[in-house]
Design a binder for this molecule. Structure first.
Ligand code: THG
Length: 369
């Protein structure tokens, strides 16, 4: 597949870190929430191995925040998600599918409860702010909805814990997974969560003070030398092996949360009010007809730029492949696919045309590992 350079403009927003990562060797961008999101620093496979062993600093400013504040903010946030937030706590993050009235997925953000009247929705790639504003206007909610200047920098990899301890002291080691708190860097407070879009562990720094954030970015590279710190970005191979889903790739508005395996984030039995609740009850009663599953192919190369039909031995279409990569762990191509109900059996054989050749493989459960 031939690649093309991306034409920058005001509409395709840069981040405060862009000039730095360009000096540091970014080689590919994707677009996320109308913003540049680095997609590669040279070989994906080299970055994958480095991420699993050392520590990386990522410019994930494209994970924008939708801030909802005001008297009705908790009501609006709850209206948007099927996850019960009635017992949520300040200083905690919640992975929350956002649904429309048909229970189709709008987004799968991390929701941060700053306090009962102030929330950040840390969004995947869709315009949640417009949806939130529409709901607030239609419901006459007393809320303020903005996209604040918050530019996340992620510190990911097994050595992220030692690196962050070196900068922020012992206190940061007490932070629990999906907890957040404020930490001082040279006199400026930064909101830091133990989270991130890899399964290698790490933190996300929600930078509000750009000047201090850039000083911190540089400082992390300075003091991180002993941990072999490198610039990086969400890694296609690591995230597929870890089955971290990507909105717009693995699922979209045509899919419901049951089909995506989000069962543990769905609360249809409590008395909370959210869009799509009745629809979800029906879906649960009837049962779903497609779901996300893994595929392993007996081939070593793939480059997907859209979805790919999957067929059985009789050429019946059994589903569609939505993301895929070569996995060093399995020594073959693996992928995430939406599979139709009659074909859910693990080890169901599949074939697909990859790079002009018919490749065979098998369906498996998610996560792969
Ligand atoms: N961090 C922040 N914002 C984000 C992302 C992020 N917004 C966009 C995108 N990523 C949202 N998608 C996800 C998907 C998975 C997770 C986080 C964001 C995740 N899942 C954990 C898991 O699957 O193990 C934990 C889920 C849980 O148990 O609550 O971390 O990365 N700020």
């Amino acid at each position: 597949m031939k690649n093309y350079s991306i034409a920058k403009s005001r509409r395709l927003r840069s981040t405060p870190y862009t000039s730095r990562i360009e000096k540091q060797g970014v080689t590919a961008y994707t677009v996320y929430n109308h913003m540049l999101l680095p997609a590669a620093f040279g070989s994906l496979e080299d970055s994958y191995h480095h991420l699993k062993e050392h520590v990386q600093i990522w410019d994930v400013a494209g994970e924008r925040q939708v801030e909802i504040s005001g008297k009705d903010s908790a009501k609006l946030v709850q209206l948007m998600t099927c996850r019960d937030l009635s017992k949520s706590k300040d200083g905690r993050c919640y992975y929350c599918p956002i649904l429309d009235d048909e229970a189709g997925i709008i987004n799968d953000p991390v929701v941060l409860r700053l306090n009962e009247n102030r929330w950040w929705i840390s969004i995947a790639d869709s315009d949640v702010i417009l949806f939130a504003k529409g709901l607030a206007i239609g419901n006459k909610f007393d809320v303020k909805i903005t996209e604040p200047n918050v530019d996340i920098m992620a510190i990911q990899g097994p050595k992220s814990f030692k690196l962050m301890e070196k900068v922020f002291g012992d206190k940061i080691t007490k932070l629990k997974f999906f907890g957040f708190d404020y930490f001082d860097f040279q006199g400026t407070k930064h909101l830091i969560a133990q989270s991130g879009w890899s399964k290698q562990g790490g933190y996300e720094i929600y930078v509000e003070n750009t000047k201090s954030g850039l000083d911190l970015y540089d400082h992390l590279f300075d003091v991180g030398k002993e941990f072999n710190v490198k610039p990086g970005c969400p890694n296609l191979i690591e995230r597929i092996e870890s089955a971290l889903l990507s909105f717009g790739n693995d699922m979209d508005n045509e899919d419901n949360p049951y089909e995506c395996g989000f069962d543990k984030f769905i609360n249809i039995d409590s008395d909370i009010n959210f869009l799509g609740k009745e629809k979800l009850k029906n879906i649960k009663a009837e049962g779903i007809k497609k779901k996300l599953m893994g595929i392993k192919f007996d081939t070593k190369e793939i480059s997907l730029s859209g979805s790919l039909d999957l067929k059985d031995e009789n050429n019946n279409i059994i589903g569609e492949l939505r993301s895929a990569c070569y996995s060093p762990h399995f020594g073959k191509v693996i992928g995430i696919a939406m599979i139709k109900k009659p074909y859910w059996e693990v080890s169901q054989s599949v074939k697909a045309e990859i790079n002009g050749n018919i490749c065979t493989g098998n369906v498996c459960d998610l996560p792969f590992i």
